[in-house]
Design a protein around this ligand. Structure first.
Ligand code: 5RP
Length: 233
C-alpha cells in the first residue's frame, strides 16, 4: 500500500493499479480465447477475470460452442452475450475449462473460491480435458497465504467450524446448491496436507485448494505481456 505524501496516512490501491489489473485480466482472457475452437465444449468459471473472458469468447464467433457455467452470474452474462449454455450433465466431457484464481503459487497450486463458486468450479475442472487459469499478475504469489474458501453443509455447521478452526462463515447467501460459504483462516503451510485435512473434515462439501495436477496451463498477464506457465495436468 502506498503512503500519501501530504498526510502520511496509508491509502488503498490507486485507481490506476485497479485499471492495470483490469487490463491484465483482459489480456489473459484474450490469450485464453485463442485456445477455443469451433465445436468445443467449454467450461466457464466465475469472477471478474472470467467476466473479461466471456465477451472475448462471444466476440471470437466460434460456431457450435457448447458452454457450461459454474455460477448463475456467469450463466446469465454468457446467455446475454449469445453463448449457448447447457447443464454439465447434458454436455458430458468438456474440451476446456477456463477460470480465474485468487492465488497461484510457483508450483501451480491455486486458491479459488473468492466468489464462493469453487465447488462447481472444481467439478467443471474435473470434467475438462484441459484447465486453463487466467489471471492478472497480482494473483501470482511466492507462497499461498489464504484464506481458503470452503463450502459447508448447514447441518451441524458449528461443529464443522470448530473442527476446522480457525474458520468463519461468510456473510453471503448460500451457494446455488444450498451450501454455506466459509473460509479457513489458518496458515496454509503445505497445501497438499491442508487440502487433505479440509477434505477429510466431515461437513466440508468442498475446499478452494486446487492441486497442480488439475491445472493444464496458467496465463498470467503482467506489465510486459502474458506469461505462460505449464501446469502438471
Ligand atoms: C470464484 C473464483 C474466482 O475464479 C476467483 O475468486 C478469482 O476471481 P477474480 O477473477 O474476480 O479475481 O474462484 O469462485
Amino acid at each position: 500500500m502506498a503512503a500519501d505524501g501530504a498526510t502520511g496516512r496509508r491509502r488503498g490501491p490507486s485507481l490506476s493499479s485497479e485499471d492495470a489489473a483490469l487490463d491484465q485480466k483482459r489480456a489473459a482472457a484474450y490469450a485464453a480465447v485463442e485456445l477455443v475452437k469451433d465445436g468445443m465444449r467449454v467450461g466457464l468459471g466465475s469472477g471478474s477475470t472470467v467476466a473479461e473472458f466471456l465477451p472475448a469468447l462471444a466476440e471470437r464467433g466460434c460456431t457450435g460452442l457448447r458452454c457450461v457455467a459454474t455460477s448463475p452470474a456467469t450463466e446469465r452474462v454468457a446467455r446475454e452475450l449469445g453463448l449457448e449454455v447447457e447443464p454439465l450433465d447434458a454436455v458430458g466431457e468438456l474440451d476446456v475449462a477456463i477460470d480465474g484464481a485468487d492465488e497461484i503459487d510457483p508450483s501451480g497450486w491455486l486458491i479459488k473460491g473468492g466468489g464462493g463458486a469453487h465447488t462447481r468450479e472444481k467439478i467443471v475442472v474435473a470434467a475438462a480435458r484441459r484447465f486453463v487459469v487466467i489471471a492478472s499478475a497480482n494473483k501470482a504469489v511466492a507462497k499461498l497465504d489464504g484464506p481458503v474458501p470452503l463450502e459447508l453443509l448447514s447441518f451441524g455447521v458449528n461443529h464443522t467450524l470448530a473442527a476446522l478452526a480457525p474458520a468463519r462463515l461468510r456473510d453471503v447467501p448460500r451457494s446455488p446448491d444450498g451450501g454455506l460459504i466459509a473460509d479457513y483462516m489458518g496458515p496454509v503451510g503445505d497445501p497438499r496436507e491442508l487440502a487433505r485435512r479440509l477434505a477429510e473434515t466431515p461437513g466440508v462439501i468442498e475446499h478452494g485448494l486446487f492441486a497442480p495436477e488439475m491445472v493444464s496451463d496458467i496465463l498470467i498477464a503482467g506489465e510486459t505481456g502474458v506469461e505462460h506457465r505449464a501446469g502438471a495436468k
